[in-house]
Write a protein that binds this ligand. Structure first.
Ligand code: HEM
Length: 405
């Protein structure tokens, strides 16, 4: 238990740390990687370069600190992050390492000594926050390992099939090398893939949503080739998977994780809205809903640049054609001449509220969306303007979570 004085110090210094947040976390990562270069094997270097992970970590620490006297209030957030940590193989022993380097960074940036009351208070508070994460993640490891077909850490999977889904997206069908059963998962969950790229000093871990309904003897991920755009380098792992991984190759996977999942117990209509490769978790939800709850109405809406980069279209069409309760709509930003000839899309341009109101039967539904950040902001804004209940809005970011405001 923290003393009232420590809680006061923490709460009154959150704004100071927030003000220096980026400097502190930048310094923290410098210290962390120079003292523990082995951790370069778990952090996503592309996210580091863009500063997205720095912002996510800083945000989470301050959010937790603001609730330091009632951490129960942030358990859903701790669980979301805990899923990511468990999927990456983050263990209890990593927490003191992060704590030491975070405190050292606070000292460096604010020019404080190790015995300054502010530093001592944050040391105590970090311990309390870390314990909350460690306990949530211990339960997750326990569950991942002991569920039927489950496992802890990474398990080798063989690529059984590699299928081109569009000009940019390829699916990999993955079966365990040991031939034993694989864990069930909730539609919307992801797996971490560990890539050992020849010539690279570190391994790289990436999360990919499972794009198939649960219950198959294999997992499927559908990976977009990430090309360098606006200062972002080409995706190391996605290009490696596209260019170098073929049927027969082996990839280590951690067990399915994630809290962006379809509420199977809810029978109200569901609306799935995706942009680009954000369709992968939503296709899993669609197929699961069609199989297990066929009377549940589903509207699935997908936004793509054009038909050439529209993945899994035939599969979704097939599911919709077989089920009268499922309606599928496509929105192409810049349809090609061929798209125009085929006429297989419902809207040209972008998704907006006006169009959503025409195709979605009611705002009394569960809405799930996933895609690039500008797309997510537009969809979130439209749903809020429409007056969709907060509790009915579910979304997931690619990479570290951010803000949709
Ligand atoms: C991801 C917070 C401890 C390694 C994240 C994210 C947050 C976060 C907010 C982003 C999650 C998302 O949006 O998907 C925290 C907090 C910690 C903590 C508050 C301490 C109380 C640790 C520790 C490690 C670690 C001890 C291991 C050394 C990572 C990694 C990621 C991550 C590798 C994935 C990010 C990436 O590579 O882009 N953490 N974390 N975290 N965390 Fe932590």
């Amino acid at each position: 238990m923290l003393s009232p004085a420590t809680i006061d110090t923490i709460k009154s210094t959150v704004p100071v740390l927030e003000k220096h947040g980026t400097d502190i976390t930048k310094r923290f990562y410098e210290l962390l990687f120079s003292n523990h270069p082995e951790l370069l094997n778990v952090f996503n270097h592309a996210n580091q370069k863009q500063g997205r992970q720095q912002a996510a970590l800083a945000g989470a620490v301050y959010a937790a600190a603001q609730h330091i006297d009632n951490l129960e209030a942030i358990i859903p957030v701790v669980k979301m992050i805990g899923h990511k940590h468990r999927s990456l193989g983050i263990k209890a022993e990593h927490y003191p390492i992060v704590g030491r380097n975070l405190l050292a960074a606070i000292q460096d940036v604010l020019g404080l000594s190790a015995t300054d009351p502010v530093v001592l208070a944050w040391g105590e508070a970090y311990g309390v926050i870390a314990d909350a994460f460690i306990s949530v993640e211990a339960d997750m490891y326990e569950q991942a390992e002991h569920q039927e077909g489950g496992w802890a850490d990474f398990r080798p999977f063989r690529v059984e099939r590699k299928v081109k889904e569009s000009d940019e997206i390829v699916s990999f069908y993955l079966v365990p090398v040991d031939g034993k059963p694989i864990a069930a998962f909730d539609p919307g969950q992801y797996v971490s893939v560990k890539a050992e790229i020849p010539g690279e000093p570190n391994v790289h871990i990436r999360q990919y949503s499972l794009s198939v309904a649960p219950g198959q003897p294999y997992y499927r991920i559908s990976v977009k080739r990430e090309s360098g755009l606006s200062g972002r380098p080409d995706g190391k792992v996605s290009n490696y998977l596209h260019d170098s991984i073929e049927p027969g190759d082996v990839l280590p996977l951690s067990a399915p994780a994630g809290s962006f999942t379809l509420d199977g117990g809810d029978s109200r209509p569901v609306v799935l809205i995706s942009g680009g490769v954000g369709l992968t978790p939503l296709v899993s939800m669609l197929r699961h809903s069609a199989q297990t709850n066929p009377s549940r109405p589903v509207t699935i809406i997908h936004a793509a640049r054009n038909g050439d980069v529209h993945a899994l279209k035939e599969e979704v069409k097939h599911v919709a054609a077989a089920n009268s309760g499922i309606a599928a709509y496509w929105c192409y930003e810049q349809p090609t001449e061929q798209d125009k000839e085929l006429g297989e899309y419902d809207r040209e341009g972008r998704i907006d509220l006006n169009w959503l109101q025409q195709i979605v039967p009611s705002k009394q539904a569960s809405f799930y969306f996933c895609g690039p950040v500008p797309f997510m902001k537009a969809v979130n804004g439209a749903l809020r303007e429409w007056g969709v209940e907060e509790a009915d809005i579910h979304y997931e970011f690619f990479g570290p979570s951010g803000s949709l405001d």
